[in-house]
Write a protein that binds this ligand. Structure first.
Ligand code: FNR
Length: 187
């Protein structure tokens, strides 16, 4: 049975390196695994309980449904000031309030890429903490932290060119597919 994963991107930047990583994933997926991108978290308003009381924004509801239907979510994000970017925290805050909370029991894999040496390792552990409250089933290993990312992406085509990184991503997606089999939703 085929598996379907969706990617959730933490950067809004037009030439984002993390977006480049996320775009490379469909071509690195093992046979039987499809990967598509969720909408941008940049379309969500700032979380406000009063706004929620008036009704969830359509983009929040739509993303929640796309996550529920997926066999797993791959979060690809930069690190901002040793933590997760506000945009992705805001999106997770909105999604966490949906009825039939979409991350409950949902397989999640994390990938971080940064300009620095540590590849977003610190953000990754903050993200894991948030996902505990959302009761997601987070893949432990292999961890994907991509340091010095600018040197690994083509400056003009913005393609992930670094062979070692591509191989490493391939290994994680493959491990995630095995992991997600145990939680699959599609009948
Ligand atoms: C950064 N950057 C950064 N890098 C890092 O390794 N650790 C950090 O804590 C931070 N903090 C940080 C804060 C803010 C506000 C910005 C704008 C940037 C640098 C970051 O890794 C770099 O800008 C990446 O290129 C961002 O990812 P995208 O947008 O290319 O996907």
């Amino acid at each position: 049975k085929p598996l379907h994963f969706v990617t959730l991107l933490g950067s809004l930047r037009h030439k984002s390196y993390n977006a480049a990583i996320a775009r490379s994933l469909p071509s690195l997926a093992p046979e039987g695994v499809t990967i598509t991108a969720l909408g941008s978290v940049g379309t969500f308003p700032l979380y406000d309980e009063d706004v929620q009381a008036a009704g969830f924004p359509a983009e929040v509801t739509a993303m929640g449904e796309a996550i529920r239907l997926a066999d797993g979510v791959i979060i690809v994000t930069p690190e901002y000031n040793y933590s997760v970017p506000g945009g992705i925290k805001n999106a997770l805050d909105w999604l966490s309030r949906l009825p039939n909370q979409p991350f409950a029991g949902k397989p999640v894999a994390i990938q971080t890429a940064s300009a620095g040496m540590l590849g977003g390792a610190r953000a990754q552990y903050h993200l894991r903490q948030i996902l505990v409250y959302l009761d997601a089933a987070v893949l432990n290993k292999p961890e994907v932290m991509i340091g010095h990312v600018a040197a690994k992406v083509h400056s003009e085509t913005l393609e992930l060119t670094d062979a070692e990184t591509r191989h490493f991503l391939e290994k994680q997606v493959s491990a995630f597919a095995h992991f997600a089999q145990r939680y699959r939703v599609s009948g």
